[in-house]
Design a protein around this ligand. Structure first.
Ligand code: SF4
Length: 458
């Protein structure tokens, strides 16, 4: 399913053929649209449209361009409209210092009023920002916008700005410009944003993606932006659809509250076994406690799966590129489980990978690698840091001082028993020297190295 989190279907550009545009979106696989008012009249129209289609939701607000003309009566009407249950967010609001249609002061005042309203009625905000990053970030912070969260729509900043917005609790939505040949800065930002904070949109009728660039944009064109985003994130379109739907459910509190995670989950054409949530590390970047959602899958486990449950969930392992033991926890803590499931996967013609923190030998107080011989095709070990001190600070191992050395020895030993061994590190800006990690992996440990993006599991 595709989702357009920011369309202006209420605008006059759609007056002649609005119904056809909406039908085309449906036919293209767009399963949800948020139509966003940018003035009071447009907000009423957005609500009207949302009432007519069950897959369209409304947001109401007054764009910063219009902020010079806003009076108390308009704000009172907006407040009343915002309480309508069909309205899921407050916006479009924000700051635009590029076009200068209104003074900065007027824009700032109106932006603050929108945030106050959003907090009052507990609905997220949809934020427009153009050439105003410093003020937008400081206002979001000062006005406690993180209480309700929201979307930075049609994101136009760089990687650093995107991560600052994520740190403030916001989601980042990418529009057609992501597909433009010269938008490498945007693509870098999209790469860095955790999947659990991503959205797609059109901002139609503006900013059509590359293949329709210069023409009127419409919700069906979100497919092109979604394809680009899936390519950047290295996931399938099916994965991206699930990720964005889950993000909609999280931000707008739609659907059923999250239950418990499944024993297996699919990303691309790999099947992951959700072994355990226990771990002998407490990495500073780990989302285990904070938000155990990975690529739209809930990994929260109350009970660890049994061998039978895992085997049932896997079905025919030869239908997948690989079966991966990985979740928000350390698989070798359940070594017998891993060995038994891996054995059955291999017997049915599947390929097996284990993603591990490399502390299996410490955990079991013996060399477990000969036991994995013949059962595991690939082992991916989190080296995580360039030296023991950085590892201690970043991964906070239960085993203390000796853990880093043990991980390195585990990698060297793994080479003797497993056909492919890879060392990995997560790119945590300012905390990991990725080049040193790579050098260490290749020159000392003699294994290939892979960088993993912050907050990306899989
Ligand atoms: S090793 Fe993996 S599961 Fe364990 S704390 Fe670190 S990131 Fe989380």
């Amino acid at each position: 399913m595709f989702i357009d989190t920011h369309a202006h279907l209420e605008m006059e550009q759609f007056d002649a053929d609005r119904a056809e545009v909406i039908q085309r979106a449906k036919k293209a696989g767009v399963g949800m649209i948020v139509t966003v008012g940018s003035d009071l009249e447009g907000s009423f129209k957005a609500v009207d449209i949302a009432r007519q289609y069950d897959f369209i939701h409304a947001a109401v607000g007054i764009h910063p361009h219009e902020s010079a003309d806003v009076d108390e009566r308009m704000l009172a009407n907006l407040k009343k409209l915002a309480r309508d249950p069909i309205v899921i967010a407050i916006g479009e609001t924000g700051l635009d210092y590029f076009k200068k249609y209104a003074s900065r002061e007027a824009q700032i005042q109106l932006f603050k009023k929108h945030i106050k309203l959003a907090r009052e009625i507990k609905k997220p905000v949809i934020v427009h920002c153009r050439d105003a990053w410093e003020d937008v970030l400081s206002i979001l912070k000062a006005e406690k916008a993180e209480e309700v969260g929201g979307i930075i729509h049609c994101f136009s900043g760089n990687r650093e700005m995107a991560l600052k917005c994520v740190d403030l609790g916001f989601f980042i939505s990418f529009a057609g410009p992501l597909t433009y040949p010269k938008s490498s800065q945007l693509r870098e930002a999209a790469m860095a944003v955790p999947s659990e904070r991503l959205f797609t949109e059109t901002d139609c009728p503006y900013l059509a993606p590359q293949s329709n660039r210069g023409r009127r944009n419409e919700p069906a064109f979100v497919v092109e932006t979604a394809k680009k985003l899936a390519e950047i994130k290295g996931v399938s379109l099916e994965d991206l659809g699930r990720i964005i739907l889950k993000n909609m459910e999280t931000l707008f509190k739609m659907g059923e509250p999250d239950g418990l995670g499944k024993p297996v989950y699919k990303i691309r054409n790999s099947l992951y076994v959700n072994v355990t949530m226990r771990c002998t590390n407490a990495c500073v970047f780990c989302g285990r406690e904070r938000n155990p959602i990975v690529a739209g899958h809930n990994l929260k486990l109350d009970n660890e799966p049994s061998v039978e449950e895992a085997i049932r969930g896997i079905g025919d392992p030869s239908a997948y590129d690989e079966v991966v033991f990985c979740g928000y926890g350390e698989p070798t803590l359940r070594l017998d489980f891993v060995k038994e499931v891996a054995k059955q996967v291999k017997e049915k013609g599947g390929k097996v990978r284990i993603n591990t923190n490399g502390q299996g030998n410490l955990i079991h107080n013996r060399n477990i690698l000969p036991e994995l011989h013949g059962l595991v095709d690939v082992i991916s070990v989190s080296l995580n840091a360039e030296d023991a001190e950085h590892y201690r600070l970043l991964s906070r191992p239960e085993f203390g001082e000796g853990a880093y050395q043990a991980v390195k020895e585990f990698i060297k030993e793994a080479v003797k028993y497993i056909p492919k061994v890879v060392a990995t590190a997560v790119r945590v800006p300012g905390r990991v020297d990725i080049r040193q990690c790579e050098k260490l992996a290749e020159e000392e440990l003699k294994v290939p190295f892979r960088v993993r993006e912050f907050n990306v599991v899989g």
